[in-house]
Design a protein around this ligand. Structure first.
Ligand code: SAM
Length: 396
């Protein structure tokens, strides 16, 4: 490392941490992929024991949080940036500073105008950003989104914002379903790949306590440890009709599905979830796709468009667009009025598209035409199979 440049970065980092001017530090671009850690997000957390540096280690399918005293935390940051990762993006109140280590070991430092607000400003966000109440809401505290005083913890402010955005987006869809009823309706809801349950609990809370519908909700999750902890939190929160089940999206037994949710279910797990929603005649299907590996591997463009898959990152984006376009078209073909929009815009997640389908007919009157359009897209991009299309074909 070039000492003077990196020392300048670490001196600045230590100063902004000590002055509590750090909004966040994002360490990314691992030099060696085998550790499985894609990035580390570091913020300052106020714990009972005092201020700590909170490290969120982001893996592909999970996040692990660890808190460290400042001195120990800064040493770990230095080690990560010297040995394991190429990029460090420091977001402070007064400026943003980025450190990049090139493959030849050269260090580049760039300083920019600040782009993020400190969390105290977020606390005064408009009511629209706070559809979920924090005071007395046990699941938020159990999930460590709020602290003992029911305040949103600094390092969880992005997650809280995501939860509120999710509720904001889903609210009109549920209202549309319930608009013709004068008495509360019961809805069987499956949340496929519920993970730690952040969005599952929030939706249950909002439906039961704000919209006044009766949610009969099941979170389906591969990982038994998460299922166990979510069931404990549901009980503590008094959410009597919310259960978590260990199982796979493909095979879990569910009595009925009125509303199918799949948020950030990996790769073809999103297709499996949509398939179950369509086959269960779900009234509403909501998904926020995650990675799009299946179609990326299939892409084989040999015509005049071949250059659009020449560059890795652009090929990745093409794969996302094609995968999700075909998913949306297949929903339309099966009688769902379908919308695709941005879920949440953040600097560090590409997982920000949401697809919502509302059942309006048993099958589209132009089913054949839509399937021809899907076939044309596949042909242009040299795609042999799309997981959802094949599932729907195979079992029809
Ligand atoms: C990225 S997390 C998303 C969690 C949550 N839906 C959210 O958006 O916050 C994806 C979760 O889906 C689970 N998962 C992936 N494939 C699955 C499958 N086939 N069946 C059940 N769960 C699955 C993973 O274990 C993981 O907890």
């Amino acid at each position: 490392m070039e000492n003077n440049l990196s020392d300048r970065f670490f001196d600045k980092l230590t100063a902004v941490i000590n002055n509590k001017e750090l909004i966040k530090l994002v360490i990314s671009n691992p030099k060696i992929k085998s550790s499985g850690i894609n990035s580390i997000i570091i913020t300052i957390a106020q714990l009972k024991r005092g201020y700590r540096l909170s490290f969120v280690y982001r893996y592909s399918t999970k996040d692990i949080t660890k808190n460290y005293e400042f001195v120990e935390g800064v040493a770990l940051i230095k080690k990560a940036l010297v040995e394991d990762f190429s990029n460090g993006d420091l977001f402070c109140i007064k400026e943003n500073i980025s450190l990049v280590t090139t493959p030849s070991g050269k260090i580049k430092i760039n300083t920019h105008e600040p782009t993020l607000q400190p969390v105290s400003a977020f606390r005064h966000d408009k009511v629209k950003d706070r559809l979920i109440n924090t005071a007395g809401n046990i699941y938020l505290r159990e999930l460590e989104i709020t602290n003992a005083n029911w305040e949103v913890r600094r390092e969880m402010s992005d997650k809280f914002r995501q939860i509120n955005r999710y509720i904001e987006l889903i609210e009109p869809e549920i209202k549309e379903l319930t608009k013709d009823f004068t008495i509360p309706q019961e809805y069987h809801i499956a949340d496929m790949g519920s993970g730690k349950g952040y969005l599952t609990f929030a939706l249950y809370d909002y439906l039961a306590n704000t919209l006044g519908v009766i949610p009969m909700m099941t979170g389906v999750e591969l990982r038994e440890d998460l299922v166990k902890s979510c069931n404990i939190i549901a009980k503590k929160s008094g959410f009597n009709q919310l259960f978590f089940k260990t199982g796979t999206i493909q095979e879990v037994e569910l009595q009925k599905i009125d509303i199918l949710i799949a948020l950030h279910a990996c790769d073809t797990a999103t297709d499996d979830a949509i398939y179950r929603g369509i086959k269960s005649n779900a009234s509403l299907i909501v998904c926020a796709p995650c990675c799009h590996k299946q179609i990326r591997k299939e892409l084989n463009v040999t015509n005049e468009l071949s250059n659009i898959t020449k560059f890795g990152i652009l090929k990745e984006r093409q794969a996302e667009i094609i995968t999700d376009t075909i998913r949306a078209l297949l929903l339309e073909a099966h009688g769902y009025k379908t919308k695709v929009f941005e879920f949440i815009s953040t600097e560090h997640t590409p997982k920000n598209v949401m697809i919502v389908g509302r059942k309006i007919s048993s099958m589209s009157p132009i089913f054949g035409k839509i399937m021809e359009d899907v076939a044309t897209i596949k042909k242009i991009f040299g795609i042999e199979r799309h997981h959802l299309e094949q599932a729907l074909r195979g079992k029809e």
